[in-house]
Design a protein around this ligand. Structure first.
Ligand code: BEZ
Length: 252
């Protein structure tokens, strides 16, 4: 995750992030005694859920604020400020788990290499991230707003990494992770806050999208372009699209 986070707001208004991640834990199927890494643990709710299975779990995140909050929430668990790309934990883990974090990591090859290296042979990766086409209507609304305000918009507006099944499978395979399951699916998600829902989302997550989004007048312009696609009966629905993958580290 990025370093500019408001963990309090994240916990109070965006709990859907880990609530949707719960069934990813079913795919992980953690077992007592296993060593598991939660990569991009945020405020730690899923780390704690994994720990309830009896596994020994460690949570890492690149946001100091998130790690502080996670430690406060779950003082008995182990959390560390660490960038997945620079982690060096050779063959330490039975499984790596990651929910809603890897789309922030633009160095996807470095992340895959580090995750693979951290796994024991036959260890597993279970991850979900924004997939190809994620928040497409929202990104298009930002592009249209930039064009309407400045007469031009950058060719690429999306600052995140939203890979297709084929693209991400190729990255994982390159680093010795054999993909055993992959699915790309739509998950339209209602935002809290009624008419303010989208503006609040920008304040929480939109930092990398465009500096103009700090200007309320620009946010209103984006809202005008986005509303026909994303506003229903006074509630904003984000056009989330998830890529869910499971993989195993090759034995050799
Ligand atoms: C996502 O979970 O898909 C997401 C969250 C914040 C920014 C971009 C994508």
């Amino acid at each position: 995750m990025t370093s500019e986070w408001n963990p309090g707001l994240y916990q109070s208004s965006y709990s859907f992030v880990w609530e949707y991640g719960r069934d990813l834990i079913a795919l992980l199927a953690p077992k007592p005694g296993e060593r598991i890494l939660d990569a991009g643990c945020g405020t730690g709710q899923l780390t704690a859920e994994i720990a309830r299975s009896g596994a020994q779990v460690a949570g890492i995140d690149t946001s100091a604020a998130m790690i502080d909050q996670a430690r406060g929430n779950f003082p008995d668990l182990h959390f560390r400020l660490q960038d997945i790309c620079t982690m060096s934990c050779h063959a330490e883990f039975d499984a790596v788990f990651s929910n809603a974090a890897l789309h922030w990591v633009l160095r996807a090859d470095d992340a895959a290499r580090a995750m693979a290296d951290s796994l024991k042979p036959d260890g597993r990766l279970v991850a979900e991230l924004g997939g190809y086409g994620n928040i497409r209507a929202l990104i298009e609304a930002v592009r249209l707003a930039l064009e309407s305000k400045f007469g031009t918009a950058p060719e690429r507006v999306n600052p995140w990494f939203f890979p297709s099944v084929a693209e991400y499978a190729a990255i994982l395979e390159r680093h010795g992770l054999e993909v055993t399951f992959a699915a790309l699916f739509d998950r339209p998600t209602a935002l809290e806050g009624g008419a303010r829902g989208l503006a609040n989302w920008f304040a929480m997550f939109g930092g990398p999208l465009h500096g103009e989004l700090r200007q309320p007048a620009f946010v209103e312009l984006v809202e005008q372009f986005a509303a026909p696609h994303l506003l229903r009966d006074g509630v904003w629905f984000l056009d989330y699209r998830r890529l869910r993958v499971a993989a195993r580290k090759r034995l050799r």
